[in-house]
Design a binder for this molecule. Structure first.
Ligand code: GDP
Ligand code: MG
Length: 172
């Protein structure tokens, strides 16, 4: 399929929140428990989506081993239009990481990404540590979009990428 534009998007968040699983499921439409090796560095996947009448190729970067915000260099973000920030609803520390990271990038003069906050693993309701209400308030205070998802069940996985792409399209 041909496409008219390419949007570069990056996945960030603590280790084990499900970034690699999320990207794998979006690309391949399946969840594979424990098949994914911990990778160091960055990998990307390409997928063409349709938005309005446009075919847009998403180039989605997965990150690992550098989850700490400090190690992201500005040059890495230069061509990035969207940032998907993933936390795990069963570990409140993972939302805290996002909040610290957000504080930092908001101070950057060049900051102009479309941001999407994603709470993953909402199939694990009995282990929940972050309420939906808390995340909604956090997202509202920071003026960002928010979705709860389960990569395992597939709930809202497509929506994460569509929403991010839609926000990018409105900005550029
Ligand atoms: P990453 O370090 O952020 O890339 O996280 P991974 O994608 O490697 O996932 C970490 C672990 O969480 C793996 O064992 C996944 O199978 C598991 N996982 C990912 N998404 C979900 C989910 O939605 N529900 C559940 N129950 N487990 C998940
Ligand atoms: Mg990973």
């Amino acid at each position: 399929m041909s496409y008219s534009q390419q949007f570069s998007i990056i996945l960030v968040g603590d280790t084990c929140v499900g970034k690699t699983s999320l990207l794998y499921r979006f690309k391949n439409s399946e969840f594979k428990q424990n098949q994914i090796q911990a990778t160091f560095g960055v990998n990307f996947e390409l997928k063409i989506i349709q938005l309005d009448d446009l075919n847009i190729q998403l180039k989605i970067w997965d990150t690992a081993g550098q989850e700490r915000c400090q190690s992201f260099t500005k040059s890495f973000f230069r061509s990035t239009l969207g940032v998907i920030m993933v936390y795990d609803i069963t570990r409140s520390s993972t939302l805290k990481t996002i909040s610290q990271w957000l504080e930092q990038i908001k101070q950057d003069d060049n900051f102009d990404f479309s941001l999407t906050l994603v709470g993953n693993k909402n199939d694990l309701e009995e282990q929940r540590e972050v309420s939906k209400a808390e995340a909604i308030t956090f997202a509202r205070n920071n003026d960002i979009d928010f979705l709860e998802v389960s990569v395992k069940t597939g709930e809202n996985v497509e929506e994460v990428f569509l929403k991010t792409a839609k926000n990018i399209l409105q900005k550029i």
